[in-house]
Ligand binder design. Structure first.
Ligand code: NAP
Length: 276
């Protein structure tokens, strides 16, 4: 029951209507009997998100596209990971100060660590946007060697130089020998689920594939990776583990990961049923 003591945590982004974070976090709050509610707000500018948090005294926030970088100057402090990645996806209000964190990198690492060890692994990341930056940071923190491939090669080269990894030419599959593959682009996402950037034959012999796309749950890339006997990690797991880390920042309690996973999977399975 919402009452005058209810603590509010909110999502700021544009758009937000497709987000599964409200289901995930509200299920976790309810499961632990916390008097907390998670709401989603579409905001045009990051500055508005910070101002609303301060004015209305919200306890925490998720920050999503397109505000993850733009929010930084409006916060009082940003943790080391958020500074290194250059993006914040989590805000926690502590003693009137807005503290920024990045948990996307943890989402990548924890999702992959469910299926494989990362230390010493050679890993290809497709994409050079914010999600790729988080993945590079996470993989490097676990001792993996990172290669970046981006459609806009110049952008990929710049990112690799900045984050001390190796950039490879777009679609230079024959010269690439990696064990892990991460899709950090929107390719394969509904309403165009029959696309994949990775040639099917090249997946043979890779250890694991993470597709950050989670609509549909099983993308073309993951279906082909499964057929090539790779270990498959869905973008839903990344979403889950970045969310679990957010929950722990806001509440100081261990996240009920199984409850949160169920809250994410149910709507996605319903969507899949409707598509068939
Ligand atoms: P972003 O900053 O906009 O970057 C998008 C990247 O995808 C760019 O490198 C872009 O390449 C590339 N790209 C876009 N369309 C492409 C196409 N048709 N062919 C080849 N490359 C293409 O986005 P982001 O925030 O990094 O997010 C990337 C993806 O990860 C999105 O689908 C997002 O939903 C997903 N994501 C998932 C989670 C999760 O929890 N599962 C978390 C964060 C993000 P150019 O530089 O050439 O334009």
């Amino acid at each position: 029951m919402i009452n005058a003591q209810t603590v509010y945590v909110v999502l700021f982004g544009n758009p937000v209507a497709h987000s599964l974070s409200p289901q995930m976090h509200n299920a976790a709050f309810q499961h632990l009997g916390l008097n907390m509610v998670y709401l989603a707000f579409k905001v045009e500018e990051a500055v508005e998100a910070a101002a609303v948090m301060r004015t209305l005294g919200f306890q925490g926030a998720s920050i999503t596209v397109p505000h993850k970088q733009a929010i930084i100057p409006h916060l009082d402090e940003v943790d080391e990971m958020g500074r290194a990645i250059g993006a914040v996806n989590t805000v926690f209000a502590q003693d009137g100060r807005l503290m920024g964190y990045n948990t996307d990198w943890l989402g990548v690492v924890r999702a992959l660590e469910q299926v494989t060890e990362l230390r010493g692994k050679r890993c290809l990341i497709l994409g050079a946007g914010g999600a790729a930056r988080a993945a590079i940071y996470g993989l490097q923190s676990r001792g993996a060697q990172v290669f970046v491939m981006n459609r806009n090669e110049e952008r990929g080269h710049r990112l690799a130089a900045e984050m001390d990894c190796t950039s490879v030419d777009w679609q230079s599959w024959d010269r690439l020998d990696v064990e892990l593959v991460i899709n950090a682009t929107p390719v394969g996402m509904s309403p165009k689920p029959d696309q994949s950037l990775v040639p099917k034959h090249w997946l043979q012999g890779r250890t694991a594939v993470l597709d950050m796309v989670y609509r549909p749950l099983k993308t073309k890339l993951l279906r082909e990776a499964e057929a090539a006997q790779c270990l498959c990690v869905s973008g839903l797991d990344m979403l889950l583990y970045q969310g679990a880390a957010q929950f722990e920042i806001w509440t100081g309690k261990k996240a009920p990961v199984d409850i949160m996973r169920r809250a994410l999977i149910e709507p996605l399975e319903d969507e899949a049923d409707q598509d068939h």
